[in-house]
Design a protein around this ligand. Sequence first.
Ligand code: ADP
Length: 302
Amino acid sequence: KLAVVGSFVMDLITRVNEFPLEGQTLISDNFRCLPGGKGANQAMAAARLGANVMMFGKLGTDSYGDTFISVFKEAKVDISHVRQVEELPTAMGLIQINQHAENKIIVVPGANFGYTLEDLERDFEKICEADIVITQMELKPEVTFELIDRCYAKQIPVVLNPAPAADIPKKILSKVTYLTPNETELEILSGVPVYDEASAEKAIKALLEIGVGTVIATLGKKGAVIGNLSGFEYVKGYSVNAVDTVAAGDSFNGALVTRLIEGDTLSGAVAYANAVGALTVTKHGAIPSLPFSNEVEVFKKA
Ligand code: ADP
């Protein structure tokens, strides 16, 4: 079983030719409302690949919260522990995109930040039923750090996808079993500028010295590199026609934990995650672009 402790974010996306000026009202004829958020994306990615997933987090009692509940029920994700609260809105991303593909984004963390230490305390017994726990940096940092502390104490392997990039205390990093940064996050967490293989290895080494168990750094179309006490292993990415890289990291993480729970080797799991990440960038959107296991089988044979 997989436990995902993380965020839900409803993305409200509108396209305009040019951004409105201060005080100006513009008309847009292009609007989409798409469920996402790193926690939700990773849970959905794992569920589509066949994992038995429990999700932990918080939603508002608004219609966006209801949408998430039905999307997750449909995907057979266990959301019996996700609470909907009246006092906070479901988290939102208010996104404007102009004709030059530039964006302006306001994030309202709402109910994601309403998931408190008390909620974690109450959910933790259930979380302990998991073989692996995965979390990201879209909840309140103190909650994420407490989760990692508790999993460490119970010897439950924990995957931290340190996204969006944030400062994380060394004491917490040292308790992470698998850390899965992209290149930007790797640079920020290690304090080492990353621009090529040698610098990436230097950055990973710095994190291993802090005490991170294994670092799996994603390298976009190049794939990923695994770093731990046995050294470095590069796992090549797949060459595809990329149309939208949204959720590539999320599907990679969902796939990685799915395969680790199934007992695959670390390099096998990373190779599989590369295939899933590659398939995700061939489609638009976040959740709509996450592949199902049969699609991955077909892709890997091709
Ligand atoms: P993030 O999306 O979090 O910035 P990456 O860009 O490193 O993370 O992508 C995560 C994973 O998705 C990569 O390790 C790779 O497996 C896959 N991926 C991303 N971009 C591409 C691409 N253009 N072609 C093939 N695979 C990709």
